[in-house]
Each structure stands twice: as structure tokens, then as C-alpha cells.
Design a protein around this ligand. Structure first.
Ligand SMILES: NC(=O)C1=CN([C@@H]2O[C@H](COP(=O)(O)OP(=O)(O)OC[C@H]3O[C@@H](n4cnc5c(N)ncnc54)[C@H](OP(=O)(O)O)[C@@H]3O)[C@@H](O)[C@H]2O)C=CC1
Ligand SMILES: CC(=O)C(=O)O
Ligand SMILES: [Mg+2]
Length: 454
């Protein structure tokens, strides 16, 4: 069964829906093919939604369970697992809390925690409605990185209540993956928890997304013959993913003066009086005001906002050989079938698995936490994030294993416009990314045990 069926509405599905025109590497004339029209898109969505409900409901509601990892079949087993034997590890941990890593599942247990305030691109649907997505993240942690995971949905209106809740339950876990918490609260929540806890706290929508955007964009620009330093970049959405994406791209060399961030009020510029400090940090000194203004002549569009916000006219006004990352889930800012009708010199990515080039944090959080947990890192710092970018970016240049081709029903795939980032099912991710992240943790001094050689 397809583990991807876990991402909420399943950008991921039982059988990938054939909406794309075909891999460009296999088909040199994609625009001559029949383009899927919006009606059939809606039809395919309805069918997928029905399958997704079935998947979530049967044979047992939900997507994850708890497994017993030790023998528990005899009287003797019970006297070890429970009283009286269990008292000895209790004494050891009481004397030295680090022993929890030896005698409990703490070291391989991550909490995926949300308040449900920005679930995918569906908005503030609340924690309970967000639970399918959080269970989905737990599935991906387990499936891709063998990390055990509890999803925790917190009812908290204010950041402080959320922070206190996480602080109180944190001892149980080796790491905290914050998920789908809207900006600006997400920034305060993550910063406060990082400062107070000695385990990795990582807001996936910020850093997970930023890492995958950066890896994909570096590769896409290379193919288009452009550089990050000179690229004119538009980021639609100045929330968790947008702000973190811009910060990481600037760390990697993007020029601040070349970036326009856009929210519901238009371009974020220094003359605006409504900006919170996070938006002010990415404000441009410009007379331009609208998304259309920003898109004119831009080399790169990154959408982390909402569905169908980019028009064909805006896309047409971009510079030659643009890069378009329409990453809103489940519905992108512009659909590939629409974009490819407008121009064929673009590199296009979405957050979904049913098109080429899936820029989605699924490529990040399982493997980044694997690397961090392997060395009991106290945090996931910028060095570790950049190591993940480089590991992902470089892997896309290598030949693609047969099992990946099989999973995607492809005959061939190579570094190029339709393959700028590894596929989530690439088994090499499980080694490459954690190793790079763990090494960076050791070198930057946040690892608490050396990486094992196995
Ligand atoms: N592919 C991937 O891996 C990921 C994709 N995403 C997608 O990115 C989107 C945002 O997520 P996240 O950053 O967590 O959410 P946030 O709520 O933190 O931020 C959303 C941002 O989008 C802006 N926005 C929303 N609707 C519009 C609109 N109609 N016009 C202009 N701007 C708009 C908001 O503007 P304002 O500030 O004015 O309210 C805000 O700045 C979601 O669709 C999500 O699915 C997120 C993470 C990972
Ligand atoms: C993929 C993801 O985390 C999101 O869309 O929020
Ligand atoms: Mg998310």
C-alpha cells in the first residue's frame, strides 16, 4: 500500500493520477500532447478523495498503531517488562537521566505536534481536523527513517499555552517536529522551545520546506543556466515556509535586493505599516506593489501560499527560462497543466507526488531527524540544514536506481528539467542525508555521541 496516502488529502495517492503531460526527458514535445483540462482535474480529484476516505477508514480507522518490541508472552517476560523488573531501569534513569536513551524508546521517538492553525494550505482547521496529516507525518517518519512517532494535537489559542504543553511532555521524546502552525506564532513557539529544550525542535514547515526548496532551486537554476546570486526571486506567502525559505536562500547566496516577498496585501515593502518583525525582515525597498509587478521579469517563483493565485499572464511575464515552484498543498498556486500551456521553457515543481519534481518536506524531516537522533544532537542547527541541502542537491545528479523508476512507472530518469530533486522513494536518501546531517552535528559541536560506523 502506498505510504504516501498519508499526507492529508494525499497529494499522494494509491495510484498516481496521470495529470502531467509526460516526462519531458522521455517526450521532447510535451506541448503537443493533450493537456488535461480543469474539469478532468476536478474529476480526478473527486476520485482520489473517495479513495483517500476509504484508505483512512478501513480496515481500521487511522494510519498508525503501537507495536510491542520485546517478548511479552510469559510470566517471566512480564516480570521484566513490568513489575518487579521495570523498577531497575527506573532507578538508573532517576540517577542519570541520559540512561533514558539506553532503557526506553526516547532516543528513537519523535513527537509531531500541531495546533492545527495552518494545516497544509487548508488554513486554521484546528488540531483534530489536522490529525490525518500528523498521522501521515508519523507514517513517513517510520517508513522512510524507522523513527517511531506520536502525533499530538494541542488545543491552544496562544503561543505560551502551546509552549507550556510541549515543555511538559518533552521528556518523553528524542525530538520535537512542529507541524502546520501558522506564522507568526510558529516563530515564537519554535524559538522558545529551542532555547528551553536540549533535544532537537524543528518546525518542518519552516526548515524542512526551506531545505528542499533550496536543494531543488540550486539544481533548477543550474539547468536553466542561472545563478542563485543573480536570480530575481518572488516568494508568494510570507508565513512559516516563505520566511524560512527566504532566510535560507539568502544564507546560500541569494541577494536580498533581488527578492520580493508577497502576502495578501501585495509586495512586502519597507513603506508598509502593517508588518510584523518577521515580515519586516524580508521587506524590499521598492515602488512595486502587486504580485503582477513582482512577477514581471522574475527568474524564480516560489509559491507557499494558496491555490490558483498565479495567472497565466503573470507566468508569461517572467524572464526567459524561469523556475516555478508552486508548492501549496493540495492545490498549487498554478497547475502544471495550465503553466505548460503558457510556456515550455520553464522548470516546474509542485508539492504533490503526481507530477515530476516534488518539492515537499517529506524529503527532509525523516532523514534530518534520523541524522540528529543517531548522534543525539541537542538541536538541528543551520550547518545541519545546509548539509541536508547539499546531500539532496548532489544526489539528484547521480543515476537513478531501478526501484525508483519502478515506483514511478518510468523507463528512464536523469538530472534535467523533470528531475531536479530525488524522489522520496529513493533508498539512498536513508543513508546520504542522515550521514551528512550527523556529520555536520558532530563538526558543529551539537552531537552528544559520535556517529556509529554501521
Ligand atoms: N510543499 C511543501 O513541502 C510545503 C508546502 N507548504 C504550503 O505552503 C502554504 C503555506 O504554508 P505555511 O507557510 O505553513 O502557512 P502560514 O499560514 O504560516 O503562511 C501562509 C502565507 O501565505 C499567504 N497567503 C495565503 N493566502 C494568500 C493569498 N490568497 N494571497 C497572498 N498570500 C496568501 C499568507 O498571507 P498573510 O500573511 O497576508 O496572511 C501567509 O503569508 C500552504 O499551502 C502549504 O501547503 C507549506 C509547507 C511545506
Ligand atoms: C507538506 C506540508 O508540510 C504542508 O503542506 O504543510
Ligand atoms: Mg506542513
Amino acid at each position: 500500500m502506498d505510504v504516501f496516502a498519508c499526507l492529508g488529502r494525499l497529494d499522494l495517492c494509491f495510484e498516481p493520477v496521470e495529470l502531467w503531460l509526460g516526462q519531458r526527458t522521455a517526450d521532447p514535445h510535451p506541448l503537443e500532447c493533450t493537456v488535461t483540462d480543469p474539469e478532468s482535474f476536478a474529476h480526478a480529484d473527486a476520485d482520489l478523495n473517495r479513495q483517500a476516505l476509504e484508505y483512512h477508514a478501513h480496515p481500521k480507522p487511522g494510519k498508525i498503531g503501537v507495536a510491542v518490541t520485546k517478548p511479552a508472552a510469559t510470566q517471566h517476560d512480564l516480570s521484566l517488562a513490568y513489575t518487579p523488573g521495570v523498577a531497575e531501569p527506573v532507578r538508573r534513569i532517576h540517577a542519570d537521566p541520559l540512561q533514558a536513551y539506553e532503557y526506553t524508546n526516547k532516543g528513537n521517538l519523535v513527537a509531531v505536534i500541531t495546533d492545527g492553525s495552518a494545516v497544509l494550505g487548508l488554513g486554521n482547521v484546528g488540531g483534530l481536523a489536522g490529525k490525518p496529516v500528523m498521522e501521515g507525518k508519523a507514517v513517513l517518519f517510520k517508513q522512510f527513517a524507522d523513527i517511531d512517532c506520536f502525533d499530538i494535537e494541542v488545543q491552544a489559542e496562544h503561543p505560551q499555552a502551546f509552549i507550556e504543553t510541549v515543555m511538559r511532555i518533552a521528556p518523553s521524546f528524542g525530538g520535537i517536529n512542529l507541524e502546520d502552525i501558522a506564522a507568526p506564532h510558529c516563530f515564537e513557539i519554535e524559538q522558545s522551545l529551542i532555547e528551553q529544550l536540549d533535544i532537537p525542535v524543528f518546525h518542518d514547515d519552516q526548515h524542512g520546506t526551506a531545505i528542499i526548496i533550496a536543494a531543488g532551486l540550486l539544481n533548477a537554476l543550474e539547468i536553466q543556466g542561472k545563478s542563485l546570486e543573480e536570480a530575481r526571486i518572488v516568494v508568494l506567502g510570507a508565513g512559516a515556509a516563505g520566511i524560512a525559505g527566504v532566510r535560507l536562500l539568502m544564507t546560500l547566496g541569494a541577494h536580498r535586493n533581488n527578492i520580493f516577498c508577497v502576502d495578501r496585501q501585495g509586495i512586502i515593502h519597507t513603506g508598509r505599516k502593517d508588518l510584523n518583525p518577521y515580515k519586516f525582515g524580508v521587506a524590499a525597498d521598492t515602488d512595486k506593489r502587486t504580485l503582477s509587478d513582482a512577477m514581471e521579469g522574475a527568474d524564480v517563483f516560489i509559491g507557499v501560499s494558496g491555490p490558483d493565485l498565479v495567472s497565466p499572464e503573470m507566468l508569461a511575464s517572467m524572464a526567459p527560462r524561469p523556475v516555478v515552484f508552486a508548492l501549496s498543498n493540495p492545490v498549487p498556486e498554478i497547475r502544471p497543466s495550465v503553466a505548460m500551456k503558457v510556456r515550455d521553457d520553464l522548470i516546474m515543481a509542485t508539492g504533490r507526488s503526481d507530477y515530476p519534481n516534488q518539492i515537499n518536506n517529506v524529503l527532509g524531516f525523516p532523514f534530518i531527524f534520523r541524522g540528529a537522533l543517531d548522534v543525539r544532537a541537542s538541536r538541528i542547527n543551520e550547518d545541519m540544514q545546509i548539509a541536508a541541502v547539499e546531500a539532496l542537491r548532489s544526489l539528484a545528479h547521480e543515476p537513478v536506481p531501478a526501484e525508483v523508476l519502478e515506483a514511478y512507472k518510468l523507463e528512464a530518469l536523469q538530472f534535467g528539467p523533470d528531475y531536479i530533486i530525488p524522489k522520496p522513494f529513493d533508498p539512498r536518501l536513508r543513508d546520504r542525508v542522515p550521514r551528512a546531517v550527523a556529520l555536520a552535528a558532530i563538526q558543529s559541536g551539537v552531537a552528544r555521541i559520535p556517529q556509529s560506523s554501521s
